[in-house]
Design a binder for this molecule. Structure first.
Ligand SMILES: NC(=O)c1ccc[n+]([C@@H]2O[C@H](COP(=O)([O-])OP(=O)(O)OC[C@H]3O[C@@H](n4cnc5c(N)ncnc54)[C@H](O)[C@@H]3O)[C@@H](O)[C@H]2O)c1
Length: 437
């Protein structure tokens, strides 16, 4: 089969590379000429473990192509995936659909033969119909069908998630379009991965409902963590105790500084706005959005309290600025709330992140960037661990102790055992557990 992706970002590039790896012929199209130039030279513009190798292998095999030109990539394709961004509109939280609309217009102008246009971007319910309306302005109904095929991959584990999905969701109106998707995903369904075929509206809502549910689960355990701190319980034990219940499950029960990233914040906002628009408001998800915003701010208080209630002229080392480990993505990272607020309250921030510093530098003016974790700690009044990078969990405690001016560790990811930290002479504040020292 011959397919194309409009957009070669986290989702478009992973989708394109993985389909090429299954043997299909794929062209990734992006309006960003630097991105395409880098990809043509075998350089990956994002950090995603394992992706570079898959891209290179399939580009070398001439199954994966890159272009800025829709007129090169779209004609004659069985399916064209729209994988452009859908960021929230600042004024009302709704997904900004301008990139999707532009992609739809470009596809309409370039496609030849029956083309399945696939909404891979996360888009509000009703978008398949809307995109069909755009393409239908210049094309006959029998030339195309617009379907929904939401993506559930997680950054940092994107290849694994794409090639071993819990389920593939396809929202199509006709069997003809559904069959194109069945053939495309056959290498995965042959291995036992489930494909669920629904109507487009249900597929669109599945994506938002899934993300709203996961964001709720995270926010729930964060609230339990707050209660644990007050009541003298241990959130890790509570999470384990409830997670062993198969009706609940153990995943997404790790407390932290609040969810961030390119999906949960914007998708919960969009969900709330859409639900209100339909007159079916989601009180639960509205509370989740509010609680998560408050949580990021509360993390600053935690650091300030650890430093005696005054951040003026304090040097705070921040370990990790990306919204989670194994990515360079800074979108909606808790660090974007925590770091500027620390600075506003008078602290000087020195930070280190294994992959995020290039993206973070322009978003966080005034931060001193260290060459490694120990460099960030040198002479600091406290260290705050914001991201769960594995290397932060295995730092040498003796070196940390001697690098810090005062041995205060505020760990928002529970990477260390409080008993060990206490024995090593730290004042150690984690999340949902007893503070020690
Ligand atoms: N990142 C994730 O983990 C993830 C997971 C699931 C779903 N999603 C959804 O997938 C969509 C894309 O997200 P992303 O993280 O890949 O975004 P991204 O910003 O990394 O990539 C989008 C790309 O589209 C390109 N683009 C924009 N308009 C274009 C046009 N008209 N023609 C060609 N290229 C165009 C941009 O230059 C950019 O490279 C979003 O709707 C997002 O919610 C993302």
């Amino acid at each position: 089969m011959r397919i194309a992706t409009i957009g070669a970002g986290y989702v478009g590039l992973v989708t394109g590379a993985c389909f090429a790896d299954m043997g299909w012929d794929v062209t990734c199209i992006d309006i960003n000429p630097q991105k395409i130039a880098a990809l043509e030279e075998g350089r990956i513009p994002i950090y995603e473990p394992g992706l570079e190798e898959v891209v290179r292998r399939n580009a070398d095999a001439k199954r994966l192509h890159f272009t800025t030109e829709v007129s090169e990539g779209v004609p004659g394709r069985d399916a064209v995936f729209i994988a452009v961004g859908t960021p929230p509109r600042p004024e009302d939280g709704h997904a900004d659909m301008k990139y999707v609309h532009a992609a739809a217009e470009a596809i309409a102008a370039a496609m030849t033969g029956f083309t399945v246009v696939v909404n891979k971007s996360t888009v509000p319910v009703g978008t398949a119909r809307e995109v069909a309306g755009i393409i239908g302005r210049t094309r006959e109904p029998d030339e195309f069908e617009v379907i929904s095929n939401p993506e559930f991959l997680r950054e940092g584990a994107a290849l694994e998630d794409f090639t071993r999905p819990d389920r593939v969701v396809v929202g199509a109106r006709s069997e003809r379009a559904a069959d194109v998707m069945r053939q495309l995903y056959k290498p995965l369904t042959d291995q036992g991965h489930a494909m669920l075929v629904t109507d487009p509206e249900s597929a669109e809502l599945i994506k938002y409902a899934a993300n709203a549910f996961l964001a709720t689960k995270i926010t729930f355990i964060n609230e339990i963590a707050d209660l644990c701190e007050k009541a003298g319980a241990d959130v890790d034990q509570v999470a384990q105790g409830i997670g062993l219940d198969t009706r609940i499950g153990p995943r997404f029960l790790k407390p932290g500084p609040g969810y961030g990233g390119s999906c949960f914040p914007k998708d919960t906002l969009e969900f709330v706005t859409t639900a209100r628009g339909y007159g079916a408001p989601s009180r639960i998800v509205e509370a989740v959005v509010e609680a998560n915003d408050r949580r990021k701010e509360a993390m600053v208080e935690r650091i300030e309290t650890a430093l005696g209630g005054d951040l003026t002229d304090k040097r705070v080392a921040v370990l990790g600025v990306t919204f989670k480990a194994e990515t360079d993505d800074m979108r909606e990272s808790p660090a974007l709330t925590v770091v500027p607020e620390l600075q506003r309250r008078g602290a000087r921030v020195v930070a280190f992140d294994p992959q995020g510093m290039a993206n973070a530098a322009e978003l966080m003016p005034g931060v001193d960037w260290a060459e490694d974790a120990y460099g960030a700690l040198r002479g600091a009044d406290a260290v705050a661990i914001l991201t769960e990078w594995r290397l932060f969990a295995t730092l040498d405690l003796v070196r940390i102790r001697s690098a810090l001016k005062s041995p205060i560790v505020v760990d928002m990811r529970n990477l260390y055992d409080p008993r060990i930290m206490e024995a090593a002479g730290f004042r150690y504040i984690s999340v949902g557990r007893r503070s020690v020292g």
